[in-house]
Design a protein around this ligand. Structure first.
Ligand code: SAM
Length: 461
């Protein structure tokens, strides 16, 4: 079944990539800079040649590509955990069925409470997360939760995009999700390395490697055309995982005409019931930076998502090498936002490293020259799947993303910002107008400002 992740082929191409000269690496980077993508062997050569000189060039080119395609924009989102029931015994996860703690799923009122707290932080885009339990958390519960989230409004509007991260399921269930107007369907392969996959998912529903691997094919069959992949880095050799990710992307492009909309790069964190030293493939900080940069070069138009698993320092650094979306103010426990607001932090699916509030994160991003974006326009304008990719590859995407980022940032500043944030936002808009000379941005943002002041919300092009 999983013909497209051929282990022998991956190992072979990784072997061939060894011992490449710095000159050749520079040639490959030059090709990557043209945004045309790379062959498997070229990617392997980048993966295998980990010298300070090669890395310096790799990071520089990844930074240039990031800047050319995404500019300074960084999309902001938050996860929302609604159920921690789980029938699996994944060796790495705090929700594993053998970990004893009070299991729960949120009822409508509890979902509304969480969503209102997220909205009061300014969030517009959520990633919905659940454990896998076909009885206690079936697809109808998930669909109902999505409806409840979309309907929960505060005075400044509502959640505008829900990306969904639920376990691999059937075409029928994906059709139900599609009918809920979801954004991206996200599923991490955890590891592409089959022996490691089987070891990490003992006696689990999730333990069927082929079924998990082909989930996006079923999602595509159900007409979900925005899918987001990822690897839980630390379960197997990261070099193997990177090559396999690219093969999976190629498979989706060949079969469905569009590859990953996003790739997530979670790194294994300490969780209840496991210790990190049980895992021999933990990825170092330097390797992690290379992973982000190599993905950026290999699939320049695919968004890269980073969570608060990473520290503020690491987040800041890899934003320069390719990350395009970050979560902010995250809780990874069910009902966690309310619990945190009332009692402080509690037991979660895994530990997070960046505990700053969204407002603190937004201010720092602005001070570092980034433009935080709450934009959710693409999928609401039908710019998904191959339509999104065509726009991205033509370079036209800037014309919508840049004004939308600035408009949603203005909206955030007016609704949730303090004086310091408002000044930072004003400065960034003035700078955009002067440095890029884009009069249309001034017109749009000024008109928009007036509209927002008059109570209008959710403006985008
Ligand atoms: N139940 C769904 C599934 O099976 O795909 C959603 C999974 S869970 C809510 C989201 C992700 O958290 C997992 O796919 C896994 O990659 C990640 N995760 C689990 N344990 C982790 C840990 N200890 N450190 C970092 N990430 C972890």
């Amino acid at each position: 079944m999983s013909q497209f992740i051929k282990h022998d082929y991956i190992e072979d191409v990784l072997e061939q990539g060894k011992n490449t000269s710095l000159e050749e690496i520079k040639e490959i980077l030059k090709k990557a800079r043209t945004l045309k993508g790379l062959t498997h062997l070229e990617i392997s050569k980048l993966i295998q040649n980990d010298t300070p000189e090669a890395n310096a060039e790799l990071f520089r080119i990844a930074g240039e590509i990031k800047q050319e395609i995404y500019g300074n924009r960084v999309v902001i989102f938050a996860p929302l955990y609604v159920s921690n029931y789980c029938v699996n015994a994944c060796t790495y996860c705090g929700y594993g069925r053998d970990n004893e703690f009070h299991r729960k799923k949120l009822n409508d009122k509890e979902i509304q409470d969480e969503v209102k707290l997220l909205e009061s932080m300014g969030h517009k885009r959520l990633a919905l997360e659940v454990g896998e339990d076909p009885v206690n958390c079936d697809i109808d519960y998930v669909c109902h939760a999505i409806d409840t989230i979309y309907k929960t409004e505060n005075k400044n509007g509502n959640i505008r995009r829900i990306n969904v991260n639920i376990a691999a399921t059937t075409v029928e269930n994906y059709k139900k999700l599609k009918a809920r107007d979801i954004g991206t369907y996200i599923l991490f392969q955890e590891t592409y390395h089959k022996p490691s996959y089987l070891e990490a998912h003992p006696k689990s529903l999730k333990g069927d490697y082929d079924y998990h691997l082909t989930a996006f094919d079923r999602a595509m069959e159900a007409k979900i055309d925005d899918v987001g992949g990822g690897v839980l880095f630390g379960l197997a050799d990261y070099k193997f995982e990177l090559m396999a990710l690219m093969l999976h992307n190629d498979h989706l492009e060949d079969k469905w005409g569009v590859g990953f909309h996003t790739i997530s790069v979670p790194r294994l964190q300490k969780a209840v019931g496991m210790e990190l030293d049980q895992f021999p493939n933990i990825v170092t900080d330097e390797e992690f930076k290379r992973i982000v940069a190599i993905i950026r070069l290999s699939v320049p138009f695919t968004g890269i998502i980073l969570s608060t698993r990473e520290s503020a320092e690491m987040r800041k650094e890899v934003l320069n090498y390719g990350v395009s979306q970050v979560s902010a103010g995250s809780c990874t426990g069910v009902g966690g936002y309310k619990e945190e607001a009332e009692f402080g932090k509690k037991v979660d699916q895994f530990e997070v490293a960046d505990h700053r509030t969204p407002l603190e994160i937004i201010k720092e991003l602005l001070r570092d020259g980034f433009i935080p974006s709450y934009c959710t326009a693409c999928y609401r304008s039908g710019r998904t799947g191959d339509r999104f990719m065509r726009l991205a590859k033509s370079g036209q995407i800037h014309n919508v993303c840049q004004p939308n980022a600035l408009m949603t940032l203005q909206e955030f500043a007016i609704d949730y910002g303090d004086d310091e944030l408002k000044t930072l936002v004003e400065n960034v808009i003035n700078k955009e107008v002067v440095t890029i000379g884009k009069e249309n941005i001034r017109n749009l943002t000024e008109t928009n400002l007036e509209k927002i002041k008059n109570g209008e919300r959710d403006l985008y092009v």
